[in-house]
Write a protein that binds this ligand. Structure first.
Ligand code: PBG
Length: 326
């Protein structure tokens, strides 16, 4: 009778030994909580395709902020839903819009938060595209000005990090120039460098009421059949002055996270997007999976692939699960 020469099971013998050899950690400070902020007062609106996620008016932010802070979450990512949309997304540049107001409210309530803002006009335009539209084409260069001004507005309001998610060519450079010219040399840029055109954004578009009214986003977001395009986008955004590179979505793109983190010396972020959230919640609500365990397993896998930080609608929930299980 021959015996195995190697016995990997020895390293799995007890919880303490497993913890001793554990390679990847997940902690609340790795998690970034997206917040949908809207106009008006006393508004907390549910989103049907995203159970437990709400749109908040700025006066209602303190409760969710306290809950997040107490769970150990230190970073939020703000998305604005304006009262009025138009062709050019002009509300994106309103200093009294939901995002600048929310930045002020968060700073006043708890100056400890790292405040990150989404920079993109799709939530502000009637056509729902991330760039200005002429006929049926999405215009790159005219959009850059708006994005740079939007980033400046957020920086002036007190954002620590601006996060362009539009996928226009050259926007990181345009934003970096604008920030530098206005002495915001310390404002970080987290670029959605590698953003695939994904069906997993569906529930988010319900949340923001931002689905494109014609066509789709495949002339600016990336084709999911490609790898080289991801390497190119990541390299360009780093050259243009990004501080952090993000890959999005996460779960179906772990191979891309591995590659991007291998080719850059910048920190890498990943976005566990709305569809990833809703699929886990739906299966959890049906009792088909153990939601808490799947949340921790998927987030840890994203860390294992090489992301330092993760944007996730599970941020507060995951932080609470982690604090219950040392
Ligand atoms: C665009 C933007 C989108 C998301 C983040 N920023 C939507 C899109 O590109 O259609 C998706 C986030 C998610 O699905 O959770 N401003």
């Amino acid at each position: 009778m021959s015996h195995p020469i190697e016995r990997p099971r020895r390293l799995r013998k007890s919880p303490s030994i497993r913890n001793l050899v554990r390679e990847v950690d997940l902690a609340p400070e790795h998690l970034i909580l997206p917040l949908f902020v809207t106009w008006g007062k006393n508004r907390k609106e549910p989103i049907s395709s995203m159970p437990n996620v709400f749109r908040y008016s700025t006066d209602l932010l303190p409760d969710i902020l306290d809950e997040a802070w107490n769970a150990g979450v230190r970073t939020v990512l703000l998305f604005g839903i304006p009262e009025i949309k138009d062709d050019s997304g002009s509300e994106a540049l309103n200093p009294d819009g939901p995002v600048p107001l929310a930045i002020g409210a968060i700073r006043t309530h708890n100056p400890g938060f790292v405040i990150m803002t989404d920079v993109c006009i799709d939530e502000y335009t009637t056509h729902g595209h991330c760039g200005l539209v002429c006929g049926d084409t999405i215009q790159n260069d005219p959009t850059l000005d708006i994005l740079a001004n939007m980033a400046l507005l957020h920086a002036q309001a007190g954002a620590d990090i601006v996060a362009p998610s539009d996928m226009m060519d050259g926007r990181v450079l345009a934003i970096r120039h604008m920030l530098d010219q206005n002495a915001f040399t310390d404002t970080l840029i987290l670029s959605y460098a590698v953003k695939y055109a994904s069906a997993l954004y569906g529930p988010f578009r319900d949340a923001m009421m931002s689905g494109p009214q014609f066509g789709d986003r495949s002339s600016y977001q990336m084709d999911f059949r490609g790898i080289k395009d991801a390497m190119r986008e990541a390299r360009l955004d780093a050259e243009e002055g990004a501080d952090i590179l993000m890959v999005k979505p996460a779960q179906a793109y772990l191979d891309i996270i591995v590659r991007v983190s291998g080719m850059t010396d910048l920190p890498v972020a990943a976005y566990q997007v709305s569809g990833e959230y809703s699929m886990i919640v739906a299966a959890g609500q049906n009792g088909w999976i153990d939601q808490d365990r799947v949340v921790i397993e998927t987030l840890t896998a994203i860390r294992r692939a090489g992301a330092q930080m993760i944007v996730t609608y599970f941020a507060v929930e995951a932080a609470k699960i982690l604090s219950r299980r040392p």
